[in-house]
Design a protein around this ligand. Structure first.
Ligand SMILES: CC(C)(COP(=O)(O)OP(=O)(O)OC[C@H]1O[C@@H](n2cnc3c(N)ncnc32)[C@H](O)[C@@H]1OP(=O)(O)O)[C@@H](O)C(=O)NCCC(=O)NCCS
Length: 201
């Protein structure tokens, strides 16, 4: 069974395992990086682990690392895409070993990193021919924003912060209200992570 968890530290054995995954994943189309270069993902991960908001998720089968994803707070892609910069988070890397693909591991890694990111908008850059990654990103609500200005094989994508649901008209009375509703008033409620929010009309 494969487990996907957040890593609370970046230890040497984990970096070595990430390098191995990188060597398997980024040497294949469309990335086609030389083996040594593909393994440098681990060195980048180590350097990036000092950045604000760094989050790393790791997929393991037993002790074997079979995938990973990480990101951090960064507005560089928003700036490159000539969009307003703000509380941006960049999903920097995502990879799953070929033998473990199609098992929802990639999407679990993606979801864990974004859930722990502290909020969006979220940004990433990928290859225009990274079919599987593009499929995953579209399924998770990412939208292509622009090609990279100097490398047209790269596409910048953004995932917006979801809008709160519209206020549903609920009731003209509510058992949990601290005070009775004034005659003729109606109550709008919606569920938010902090609890039910209500307002009167
Ligand atoms: C992208 C990648 C991480 C997906 O990993 P995975 O574990 O196989 O993905 P999942 O099984 O979680 O699939 C999630 C969704 O992605 C999409 N997807 C996955 N493989 C796909 C493929 N070959 N073609 C099209 N869409 C695909 C599907 O929408 C899928 O959901 P569904 O099965 O419910 O339809 C993996 O293919 C990979 O490592 N690719 C090479 C590295 C890479 O390109 N990383 C992105 C760098 S920006």
């Amino acid at each position: 069974m494969v487990s996907v968890t957040l890593a609370d530290s970046v230890a040497v054995p984990l970096l070595s395992a990430v390098a191995d995954v990188g060597g398997e994943v980024f040497t294949r189309p469309p990335w086609r990086e030389p083996y040594a270069q593909a393994r440098t993902v681990a060195a980048r991960l180590l350097a990036d682990s000092a950045r604000p908001g760094f989050v790393l998720a790791v997929a393991r089968q037993g002790h074997e690392v079979v995938g990973f994803a990480y990101g951090y707070r960064c507005s560089a892609l928003a700036a490159t895409a000539a969009r307003p910069c703000g509380a941006d988070f960049t999903l920097k890397e995502l990879g799953v070993l070929p033998d473990f693909r199609g098992l929802s591991i990639g999407v679990a890694l993606h979801d864990q990193v974004l859930a722990a990111s502290g909020g969006g908008p979220w940004w990433l850059i990928t290859h225009v021919n990274a079919t599987a990654a593009l499929g995953l990103y579209h399924r998770r609500g990412w939208q292509a924003v622009s090609r990279h200005p100097t490398d047209t094989t790269r596409i910048i994508m953004r995932k917006a912060v979801p809008s709160p649901p519209p206020w549903p008209l609920l009731t003209s009375s509510c058992r949990n209200l601290r005070e009775p509703l004034a005659a003729g008033n109606r109550l709008l409620c919606r569920a938010e992570p902090s609890g039910t929010v209500a307002r009167t009309l």
